[in-house]
Structure formats: structure tokens, C-alpha cells
Design a protein around this ligand. Structure first.
Ligand SMILES: [Zn+2]
Length: 309
């Protein structure tokens, strides 16, 4: 059972490392740090695995009172690579907040310039024009192509084999036509949907590791606005995947409130990253071995090359 009292019980002072398994073996028990007069507990928590599936405390991340709902903390990260253009990734975390803090967040959000939204709407229309035309053509052609098949529809024509035992080519052809148009339709709709999610408002900064706000442009909240978070959202932050070779995906989560951070660590104790654990040590060893193997292969190649010449 999880013990996540904020002010109840004896005032334990604990860091993230103090997360242990309860004597009953029923699960992790947290020694919550006291809110005042105690050394500051770390507010950074390293957790492996993806963002979804993380368990969140029941209190507001900003003020510590019981949470009544969540706010989405979304960020954009840039991943660079030597041999490919850098790509942007969006990750979001639903963080619990109380009504007061959610209200403060809503009041702090500056209204988006309608001119910018209008421009983005046009960008979307222009960008998806090449898809709308084939989509219209496909939708126009489907009834025309299928009409002859629909007219010849009988109980016999719907059987996979004819009474004489041969394949019913009529049905197979109809299925092929339906499949082809369905595939095209799906493809173009996917492209439109992707364009809908790629709408990013102009941003002066680099936007490599930036909070994201989404606004409705067309068909739901899809336009991305990069920029500093509201003072409420600064209560929670997270990094992109920080794993090295042979390590599982992991991120550092930072919470302004050490109590919230400790609760978060306890709730996700089974996913906490420990650099001293065998798993991490194994990864370091494997990386070292790989480096050595690489050097050996290079040396052998060099010797062979020198021998042959
Ligand atoms: Zn609050």
C-alpha cells in the first residue's frame, strides 16, 4: 500500500533514494520529506519508459492542495543526427492541479493573435490542397466504378467460388477495386491529418526544448505555439529521452514541489532509474566493450591493409 501522506504521521525527511519496499512486500513506501525546516529533497526524478502510464500524485503539483483535474504539460524536443535532418518530437504529461491553479493558468494565458491563427488556417489549406483534389476525385469515382458491380449483385455473385467450383473472379475484382479506393482514401486522409498536426506558429527562439501550447485552428486544437509556460505549468517539467546506448528510454522529471516529486517517485518506484543498479552497470560495460571491439576491428583492418600492400 502506498503511504503518501503530506503532513500526516511522523515527519520523515527523505530523498528520492529513500523509496523502499514496505516490510509486507506489498509495494513501495515513501518517506515524505517535510514541507519546512527540513533539507530540500531533490525535485528531479529519473524514470524509465515512456511518459504514458506514469502514475501521478493526487495533489496539485503547484500548491499541494487536493487536485481536481489535470493540465497538459506538453513540450517539443529537437533530435539531431549526423546523417539525417533533425526532427521534432512532441511529448505531453497530464499533471494534476487544483481548481485555483487551473484558473490562474487560464487567466495567465495570453490570447493568441487572431491574425496568426488566420495565417495558420491558410497555411493548412494551401498545404493540403494537393490532397483534397485526389480525395474529391476518389469520392466522385467510387460510386461510378462500383455501380456496375452493385447492379449485378445476387446471392451467387457474393459467393467466393462459383457453383462449378472455380474462383468467383467477379467478386474478387469488386473486392480489389474497393480495396484500392479504400487504400487511396485512407492514405490521403492520413496526409491531411498529418498536415493538421504540423502547424507550428512562428517562434523566435530555437525551440529545441520548449513548452508547447495548442490552439484550435481547424477541427480541434492542433496549432502549436512554442513559448514559456505559465507560472502554474512551471511546476512540472521533463526532458527528452536521455538514455545512452544499451539503456532503456528514460527521462528526468522536475517538480517545483519536493513533496510532489517524492510522491511521484514513490508512485513510479518500479520504473525509477538508478545509475548504480545492475541494469545501468551492464549498459556501461556493454558500451565499453563495444568501443574496445571497434578499436580492435580498426587495428586489425589497418594491419591487414599494411600486410597486403
Ligand atoms: Zn493548486
Amino acid at each position: 500500500m502506498l503511504v503518501l501522506a503530506r503532513h500526516r504521521g511522523p515527519s520523515y525527511v527523505g530523498a528520492m533514494d529513500s523509496v523502499t519496499t514496505s516490510p509486507t512486500g506489498a509495494g513501495p513506501v515513501l518517506a515524505p520529506p517535510a514541507r519546512s525546516g527540513a533539507p530540500l529533497a531533490p525535485t528531479r526524478v529519473q524514470v524509465t519508459g515512456p511518459l504514458h502510464g506514469l502514475r501521478m500524485p493526487a495533489d496539485c503539483a503547484a500548491c499541494g492542495t487536493p487536485a481536481r483535474g489535470t493540465l497538459r504539460v506538453e513540450k517539443r524536443f529537437r533530435r539531431t543526427s549526423d546523417d539525417a535532418p533533425s526532427r521534432y518530437l512532441f511529448h505531453a504529461l497530464d499533471v494534476p492541479f487544483c481548481d485555483d491553479c487551473r484558473g490562474a493558468h487560464a487567466r495567465e494565458l495570453a490570447p493568441v493573435d487572431p491574425a496568426v491563427l488566420r495565417r495558420m488556417r491558410w497555411t493548412f489549406v494551401l498545404r493540403t490542397t494537393p490532397y483534397w483534389i485526389p480525395l474529391a476525385v476518389i469520392l466522385w469515382m467510387i460510386p461510378k466504378v462500383l455501380a456496375p458491380f452493385a447492379r449485378g449483385l445476387t446471392r451467387e455473385t457474393l459467393a467466393l467460388r462459383t457453383p462449378s467450383g472455380e474462383w468467383n473472379w467477379w467478386l474478387l475484382m469488386a473486392a480489389g477495386v474497393v480495396g484500392f479506393f479504400g487504400f487511396c482514401l485512407f492514405g490521403f486522409l492520413t496526409l491531411v491529418n498529418r498536415a493538421r498536426h504540423d502547424l507550428v506558429a512562428p517562434y523566435a527562439g530555437a525551440g529545441d526544448d520548449t513548452y508547447v501550447r495548442r490552439e484550435r485552428v481547424l477541427l480541434g486544437p492542433n496549432a502549436v505555439f512554442l513559448g514559456p509556460p505559465t507560472s502554474v505549468l512551471t511546476a512540472a517539467d521533463f526532458t527528452d529521452d536521455e538514455s545512452e546506448l544499451f539503456e532503456p528510454e528514460r527521462r528526468t522529471y522536475r517538480f517545483r514541489d519536493p513533496v510532489f516529486a517524492a510522491q511521484f517517485a514513490a508512485l513510479n518506484a518500479n520504473r525509477l532509474w538508478n545509475a548504480k543498479a545492475p541494469r545501468a552497470r551492464w549498459a556501461r560495460k556493454a558500451r565499453k566493450l563495444l568501443t574496445i571491439a571497434f578499436v580492435v576491428v580498426l587495428a586489425v583492418a589497418w594491419v591487414v591493409d599494411w600486410w597486403m600492400s
